[in-house]
Design a protein. Structure first.
Length: 258
């Protein structure tokens, strides 16, 4: 995967999911005139007072340990029924460092898309539990990349779930005179185990070829999962369904029927 391609992938997600509206308070009830208090009989049962004990706080969301994340990636099968190859964490860290170097030396037009990309690089800390895997190339030479991460602060994960296509629907990236034109489109998709987004990146490379990246990303509680198809063949709805299956199985840890 080229450096410019890596840059395009990192521009895909931005924004934060806001909290839902608060429930409105119930209207006040009219107060009836008090009735005369009857004398209390000695045999009357004592009034039971409502408990003043504080309510139990909700259980903290479960953060998946690294071993579970890696097991989910290792147990996943691609569209050809083949397992994914786990990517070493040091290799992922090297990729992130390379992407940061690109943005320090790239010219992105419009500039707002460059700012979005830089923010996305710092969205999810590199030291949180995560695992990634890559498939073998299919008959067209395309590969599928999957990833899952888990952290005790769901707000950190929510940053990458909303797309900002209004600012970055089309942009260019230039590094050392080499330029790539990128078009980004958000795609409709049903949820696959959590709140879900899907997008398609189309990249016109300096070689004259067109690179396609279709992705499905889902988040639920403390975990987020994504699946991306990368190649020179334009993906279709069947590809999106397959990516949704992979993201859903990663997120829930259960098979998803197609």
């Amino acid at each position: 995967m080229s450096a410019l391609l890596t840059a395009g992938v990192l521009l895909s997600g931005c924004g934060v999911l806001g909290p839902g509206p608060e429930a409105e308070g119930s209207p006040a009830r009219p107060v009836a005139s008090p009735e005369p208090t009857p004398p209390v009989s000695a045999a009357a049962e004592p009034t039971v007072r409502a408990s003043t004990a504080p309510a139990e706080p909700p259980a903290a969301p479960e953060v998946l340990p690294p071993a579970e994340l890696e097991a989910r990636v290792a147990g996943l099968l691609d569209a050809q029924g083949q397992p994914f190859t786990l990517m070493p964490r040091d290799q992922l860290a090297s990729g992130t460092d390379a992407a940061k170097f690109i943005f320090d030396n790239a010219v992105i037009d419009p500039a707002e898309c460059g700012e979005t990309a830089k923010k996305n690089l710092g969205q999810i800390p590199s030291d949180i539990p995560s695992a990634s895997g890559v498939s073998a190339p299919d008959s067209s030479g395309s590969v599928t990349v999957v990833a899952i991460a888990s952290v005790d602060d769901p707000a950190i994960l929510a940053h990458g779930l909303s797309l900002n296509t209004s600012q970055c629907a089309q942009f260019t990236i230039k590094v050392e005179g080499q330029g790539v034109g990128v078009t980004m489109e958000e795609l409709p998709i049903d949820p696959v185990g959590g709140e879900t987004v899907s997008y398609l990146l189309t990249q016109d490379l300096p070689t004259g070829h067109t690179m396609y990246i279709m992705a499905v990303t889902a988040i639920d509680g403390t975990s987020t999962a994504s699946a991306q198809k990368v190649g020179f063949t334009e993906p279709d709805l069947v590809t999106q369904d397959e990516l949704g299956r992979l993201a859903g199985e990663l997120l829930t840890g259960k098979p998803v029927s197609g």
